[in-house]
Design a protein around this ligand. Structure first.
Ligand SMILES: Cc1ncc(COP(=O)(O)O)c(C=O)c1O
Length: 411
């Protein structure tokens, strides 16, 4: 008998309890749990409810499975991965904990999400470091790799120690060519003394569970992500991968409750000498255990489908979305078409109509779209493996139907 092959897309979709009366084109906000994740959450919850203190004793075995699968997925050592509750919590681990000297500079971009930009404001205030914000492109639809690379080259100064980038910008859909940017930073660092290099922290949440990658391809020192978006992991889960050089440059901001950290401390040793960095940088205290432990099943679910298949399917649906939107009068798309510069979301504007009005009207047609959480907000379709091509067509058709039907007052 041959081993079972990967599931069909119908089988993948059948694992979700999504309301079938809607086209769900906003899954980049927060995940619905697929069957194996729901079952694992329930299993751990039942164990904790029946005998919490006893079930708690399994925590290290359960965390080990999560870290092993996360490591296999990222192509990284499990000991270099810290577990968090979200992308935002992971950004706090790196950005709040990063050690800076007087005169050091942080560089980030005008394309960061609220979470990173506010965190850096707090960090600059607390550390006295200078924080400079650069723009990597002017017109997202027309962005080129050369434009981004040259903006970054000009943006790094001799004082820059920390560079904060977001892989896929959730306000424009632009995906940065991280490999090339990593090469540029490596070139800058070749001229630097040890300990004075530029370290790169990437908010990777909208590439994680979308792109077919290994963390080493990205040329960064920290990869920060939530697992409750495209990976369809348990809500309230996230992780940080750090290079050894990266972890050496940060100080924990919250004591880890990990077994491998607590016990050395309890026995009078320094955990810094014995525990792997990922364990030391996992912020304590107790997380929602049943969700954290069920993250193992999310990696398994994704891996069973196949990361290459997920990436190709997401691409196919997004291409279809771009093609459809190009036919709707009054719609201007912000996201580039080039797969090298875009990922799983298409952000767009409707002439003279505020995005909240578009989102509301689409909802009346049972199409769930997103509104980007930026001051210059847009409407966003984020087709993923939970969608069929027909969902994408439904989104485009609903938009075509509502554009001529909008009243002057709504415009
Ligand atoms: C680019 C980016 N970073 C961070 C976040 C926050 O993610 P989390 O809810 O995992 O903290 C979001 C939210 O959508 C985002 O778009």
């Amino acid at each position: 008998m041959s081993p079972p092959g990967p599931p069909s897309w119908d089988q993948v979709r059948a694992e979700f309890l999504l309301d079938p009366s809607y086209a769900h084109l906003s899954m980049s906000l927060v995940a619905s749990h697929p069957g194996p994740v729901r079952a694992a959450v329930e299993r751990h919850r039942a164990g904790l409810d029946a005998n919490p203190a006893l079930y708690f004793h399994h925590r290290d075995d359960l965390v080990r499975v999560v870290l092993d699968r996360a490591g296999a997925y990222l192509g990284a050592a499990p000991g270099d991965i810290a577990l968090t509750d979200s992308t935002t919590a992971g950004l706090a681990v790196v950005l709040a904990g990063f050690r800076l000297r007087p005169g050091d500079e942080i560089v980030s971009t005008a394309h960061e999400h609220y979470a990173a930009s506010e965190m850096l404001r707090f960090k600059a205030a607390a550390s006295g470091a200078r924080h400079r914000v650069i723009r990597l492109y002017r017109e997202p639809r027309l962005v080129t790799e050369e434009e981004v690379v040259s903006a970054l080259r000009e943006g790094i100064s001799d004082e820059t120690r920390l560079l904060v980038l977001t892989w896929v910008h959730s306000g424009t859909g632009v995906k940065l060519p991280l490999g090339r940017l990593g090469e540029l930073v490596a070139e800058v660092n070749r001229g630097r003394a040890e300990g004075r290099e530029v370290l790169v922290c990437v908010d990777g949440v909208h590439g994680f569970g979308v792109e077919d990658f290994r963390v080493a391809d990205l040329g960064c020192d920290f990869f920060v992500t939530g697992c409750h978006k495209w990976l369809f992991g348990p809500r309230g889960t996230g992780l940080v991968w750090g290079s050894r050089r990266g972890w050496d440059a940060v100080t924990p901001v919250s004591p880890s409750f990990d077994v491998e950290v607590f016990w050395p401390w309890y026995l009078g040793f320094s955990p810094d000498d014995v525990a792997p960095p990922g364990r030391r940088f996992s912020p304590g205290g107790f997380p929602a255990f049943e969700h954290r432990w069920a993250l193992a099943e999310a990696f398994e679910f994704h891996t069973a489908i196949g990361r290459t298949a997920v990436a190709a399917r997401t691409r196919q649906l997004n291409d279809r979305c771009q093609e459809g939107l190009a036919t709707v009068p009054g719609v201007s798309v912000r996201t580039p078409v080039d797969p090298a510069l875009s990922a799983g979301m298409v952000c767009f504007d409707v002439a003279d109509v505020p995005p909240d009005v578009v989102v509301e009207r689409l909802l009346e047609a049972r199409v769930v779209a997103g509104q980007t959480p930026y001051r210059s907000s847009a409407v966003r379709f984020a087709p993923s493996v939970v969608n069929s091509p027909a969902d994408v067509d439904r989104g485009v058709e609903a938009l075509s139907a509502l554009v001529p039907g909008l009243t002057d007052a709504e415009r």
